[in-house]
Design a protein around this ligand. Structure first.
Ligand SMILES: [Zn+2]
Length: 213
């Protein structure tokens, strides 16, 4: 089943650009950055009519939820395993034969999404290290860098460091929530990249049958 929002193109959702600016505020911003697939974290009243992603306080716990990819911050998960699996998926997707092709003019190619994921990991790891009072890591420039730095962060955080407040948003986001936000970002983009490859092959292949809604 494809999601109801499948016809929405990235440019039709202005908050995407703001989300990317948010991640990249400490570094250079790509001119064609508004296509990350996730809207910005905004106060509730500012959400667009069709909201697919956000933070909620549920039973006293701040959680991230997405009704597009199904991410639910409440799910029990082993973070090390989850990040390792997601980075491995991105690495595999980056090597796809269509990795350099955009499925649509204004939608990133698989490799562009992967670059964005590395940027997001770089910004999040830096933010979490800052919040936890840890030394800054080297700038992350590859998926393997990002995977190693994220694993180090997850392995080495104390309970107090997990609860430390980050400085990335105008509302309180702990290191724990920021780390889950990174996991969601990466998992969501695995889904975006897979969707892009499927779209390309649907357009390229000799049509046998098509079902649309
Ligand atoms: Zn999502």
């Amino acid at each position: 089943m494809l999601p109801a929002s499948r016809e929405r193109t990235p440019n039709s959702n202005a908050p995407h650009a703001a989300k990317c600016r948010n991640w990249e505020k400490d570094g250079p911003r790509r001119d064609d950055a508004p296509h990350c697939g996730l809207p910005e974290l905004l106060p509730r009243g500012a959400y667009p009519a069709v909201m697919s992603y956000g933070l909620r306080d549920v039973d006293g716990v701040r959680v991230e939820l997405c009704d597009e990819c199904g991410f639910d911050g409440r799910e029990p998960r082993d973070l090390l395993t989850a990040f390792a699996g997601t980075y491995a998926s991105l690495e595999q997707l980056a090597g796809h034969p269509d990795g350099g092709r955009r499925p649509e003019t204004d939608t990133w190619s698989g490799r562009e999404y992967v670059e964005h994921c590395v940027d997001g990991a770089d910004q999040t790891v830096a933010m979490c290290n800052r919040a936890a009072g840890r030394p800054a890591a080297e700038r992350l420039v590859s998926l393997s860098d990002a995977a190693a730095a994220t694993a180090a962060l997850v392995r080495q955080m104390s309970e107090a460091q997990w609860d430390a407040a980050t400085d990335g948003w105008p509302f309180e986001v702990s290191v724990r929530v920021a780390t889950l936000h990174l996991l969601h970002d990466l998992e969501h983009h695995v889904w975006d990249v897979r969707r892009g490859y499927a779209k390309l092959a649907l357009a390229d292949g000799i049509e046998v049958a098509t079902s649309s809604r």
